[in-house]
Design a binder for this molecule. Structure first.
Ligand SMILES: CC(=O)SCCNC(=O)CCNC(=O)[C@H](O)C(C)(C)COP(=O)(O)OP(=O)(O)OC[C@H]1O[C@@H](n2cnc3c(N)ncnc32)[C@H](O)[C@@H]1OP(=O)(O)O
Ligand SMILES: O=CC(=O)O
Ligand SMILES: [Mg+2]
Length: 530
């Protein structure tokens, strides 16, 4: 369907780059301009509501399952749409940034799904944002094959993973694109550019435009996404219900609205995912000021903690009751070149996937191609020839609000090593992010924006409750800065330190480290406006 012109047009303020014109076509810009114009006010409302609610929760308002939607939760009849083509069997999903080598590796990895990630695993530089879109387009067009100058070949095989794209969350802006003098929503840019260029191509290839939706806090945010899907489909003449989206349940408030989120998105739903790292981050952030919600060292909080189990059990039960797939989360251990460390990492990932498969998840995430076989073996063992285990309705599970919030039972104080490790991880992650890498392996673990946020907010929380003091943290920070500087002279140590100080050591806790760090350090516009 041809689009009628907008009254004002999207301005591109990012530097021109190789082949950017293939993504930033006038029609694509008009499409994202339309989406942003339609939804900018509602996005702002979403953010205001987040702020208002976090104030209430900080002030002691209890968190519970919403009363207003009780009838919907108790209605046994409604279901989400059946799995879409390419999404029936999701036993192994690999995640990673939409970078060319990794895209080829992920698509060939043997995983059923590749989640191309613009959120936790991508530092949103302009080059990464538009480069990511080019990677996706080239992968779908099967013209991504290349050979490196060293002679290593990257070629797509015959059996490829289904692509799902995770756009950035509602809290982020794309400051290299403006309309009416304001930056566009990063969510709508990532979603819209992919949808514009690839939705029809994916349908023609027998799949569809599929998404993962990050960091939602309540049902209204799901409704907003659903309305975005409706408008996008209508504008491009794509049948309603073609889009599918898996929502990450990765905030504590969303855990209380899983049914409602599925219901809002029911004609576009592809289930829920247990995004454990942001979930922990959200828990600490939401209740960080309260003495009864303190967590011990980051390494000591595992998926077997009662409040984490309550969350994953409830997720499986909720999904399967509604015919929706439940996808497990990310074990942070990544393969190592050291044989012993590698065996230990694989064993830990295996245990994690075994628990998920036995609990009823239909599949799970891995962070690295070397982990695909472990995850597949475990889910093969439970699923056999079945594509999923939607039939396991888990009626035995009964989870209360108190179960989801039972954090105090593991309130051991932080150790000095726990504090040091959080300082080191946050600093090194910020440095990598500032240099354009949104996911890195540090000390044998995958670190991305979600895991780094946990490190940051734990420091803030321990300071707030006098479990450590500012002088100790600054000493550790200086030592880590010196070590990083020595290890890697090209590290952006001063800027990474600044991000740490501005987001972990301030009296008020910033909701995310990314918005301010992005504006200060990653935005580079070709036009300097007064
Ligand atoms: C909390 C959450 O949101 S989890 C989801 C978001 N996070 C992620 O997606 C993280 C994904 N994982 C990664 O980015 C990477 O695995 C890292 C950064 C942790 C480690 O990467 P590396 O240090 O390159 O690992 P390593 O050296 O072992 O890689 C070996 C090969 O596997 C490839 N590889 C590693 N991880 C991936 C991946 N996730 N997808 C595709 N290929 C991968 C590498 O590119 C490399 O291949 P190459 O030589 O052809 O380039
Ligand atoms: O996005 C996933 C998470 O664990 O966070
Ligand atoms: Mg996340």
């Amino acid at each position: 369907m041809p689009l009628s012109p907008l009254t004002s047009s999207v301005q591109v303020l990012g530097a021109p780059g190789e082949r950017h014109e293939e993504i930033l076509t006038p029609e694509a810009l008009e499409f994202i301009g339309r989406l942003d114009t339609a939804f900018a006010d509602r996005r702002r409302e979403v953010l205001k509501e987040r702020h208002r609610r976090s104030g209430h929760l900080a002030g002691g308002t209890p968190l519970g399952f919403p009363l207003a939607t009780r009838a919907l939760r108790e209605d046994p009849h409604w279901r989400v749409a059946p799995p879409a083509p390419g999404l029936t069997d999701r036993r192994v999903e690999i995640t990673g940034p939409p970078e060319r080598r990794m895209a080829v590796n992920a698509l060939n990895s043997g995983a059923k799904v590749w989640m191309a990630d613009f959120e936790d695993a991508t530092a949103p530089t302009w080059t990464n944002v538009i480069g990511g879109q080019l990677t996706l387009l080239d992968a779908i067009e099967r013209r991504i094959d290349f050979t490196t100058p060293e002679g290593k070949e990257y070629r797509l095989g015959a059996q490829l993973a289904t692509i799902m794209v995770r756009p950035r969350g509602w809290h982020l802006l794309e400051e290299h694109l403006e309309i009416d003098g304001r930056p566009l929503s990063a969510s709508l840019v990532d979603f819209g550019l992919y949808f514009f260029h690839c939705a029809q191509r994916q349908i023609d290839a027998g799949h569809g435009p599929y998404f993962y939706l990050p960091k939602l806090e309540n049902r209204y945010e799901a409704r907003l996404w659903n309305d975005v899907f409706l408008l996008a489909q209508e504008l491009l003449g794509i049948p309603r219900g073609t889009v599918r989206a898996t929502v990450l349940i990765e905030t504590i408030t969303a855990a209380f609205e899983m049914e409602e989120i599925l219901h809002e998105l029911r004609e576009h739903s592809a289930g829920l995912n247990a995004g454990r790292w942001d979930y922990l981050f959200s828990l600490i952030k939401t209740f960080g000021h309260r003495t009864d919600f303190q967590l011990p060292d980051r390494a000591a909080v595992t998926m077997t903690a009662p409040f984490m189990r309550a969350y994953t059990e409830l997720l499986v039960r909720t999904c399967h009751r509604r015919g929706a797939q439940a996808i497990g989360g990310m074990a942070a251990h990544v393969p190592s070149r050291d044989a012993e460390a590698n065996a230990a990492a694989l064993a830990k990932v295996r245990l994690d996937k075994e628990r998920e498969a036995e609990d009823g998840f239909d599949g799970s995430w891995v962070a690295h191609p070397g982990l695909v076989p472990v995850c597949r073996e475990v889910f093969d063992g439970v699923l056999g020839e079945r594509p999923n285990q939607l039939d396991r309705t888990r009626e035995d599970v009964e989870i209360t609000a108190a179960d989801l919030l039972s954090v105090r039972r593991i309130a051991a104080p932080p150790t000095r090593e726990g504090i040091r490790s959080n300082v080191a991880v946050a600093l090194r992650y910020f440095d990598a992010w500032l240099r354009g890498s949104g996911a890195v392996a540090l000390y044998g673990l995958m670190e991305d924006a979600a895991t780094a946020e946990i490190a940051r907010v734990q420091i803030w929380q321990w300071l707030r409750h006098d479990r450590t003091d500012r002088a100790t943290v600054l000493d550790l920070l200086d030592a880590e800065c010196a070590a990083l500087e020595e290890e890697d002279p090209s590290a952006r140590v001063a800027e990474a330190r600044e991000v740490f100080v501005n987001t972990a050591l301030t009296p008020r806790l910033p909701a995310f480290f990314t918005p301010e760090a992005y504006t200060r350090h990653l935005v580079s516009r070709t036009e300097n406006r007064s």
